[in-house]
Design a protein around this ligand. Structure first.
Ligand code: FMN
Length: 167
């Protein structure tokens, strides 16, 4: 029997986790065995043959659970097919264009180059001012990021289907 696919995520307020769940559900509907887990809870990668890893972005940084996951598993990850996604920009339009080609902070470059992901993409994020602390509200006010849910589920399913075609 084929090994499972792992969809692991780092999410502060749940919107990246919901994307991970949707990716997992899409792959399960196609008959694949998938675990969707918080990156901080994954201790053993031996059950998995493919890894999809997603991070929220706050102030230009990836979620620390994802960064730790990448660093502690690098030797396994460089031998497996890995797909990466980030969830962040809010506002209308193409999130990849909004990020102007930015996918990860410079500090992660050596790790990501070693892992050599099959693909890395960016999905729009979700911002609810009432859930933010005063410092976060101040930042959001300063950068004038629009409030709302800018996750495009069609794009998320489409990206997942491109992964499925490689499975
Ligand atoms: C204080 C703050 C800083 C943020 N900084 C960024 C950023 O640098 N780049 C970005 O694309 N999105 C940024 N975002 C948007 C979040 O990435 C977005 O809300 C995302 O959906 C959060 O994911 P989560 O719900 O999984 O935590 C920021 C949001 C907040 C509240």
């Amino acid at each position: 029997m084929d090994k499972k696919i792992l969809v692991a995520y780092g999410s502060k307020r749940g919107s990246t986790a919901e994307i991970a769940e949707r990716i997992g559900e899409t792959l399960r509907q196609k008959g694949l065995q998938v675990d969707v887990l918080d990156a901080g809870t994954v201790t053993d990668l031996t059950p998995y043959s493919k890894i999809i890893l997603g991070s929220s972005v706050y102030i230009g940084l990836w979620h620390k659970k994802v960064v730790h996951f990448l660093k502690r598993n690098i030797e396994v990850l460089e031998k497996l097919p890995v797909w990466l996604f980030i969830c962040g920009p809010t506002g209308p339009g193409n999130p990849i264009e909004q990020m102007d080609g930015w996918f990860y902070p410079k500090s992660l470059r050596p790790v990501i180059e070693r892992i050599h992901p099959r693909d890395i993409t960016c999905f729009g994020g979700k911002l609810e001012l009432k859930t933010l602390n005063p410092f976060e509200k101040w930042i959001i006010n300063k950068v004038q990021a629009p409030e709302g849910d800018f996750r495009n589920w069609k794009d998320i399913v489409f990206w997942t289907e491109t992964i499925h075609r490689e499975c």
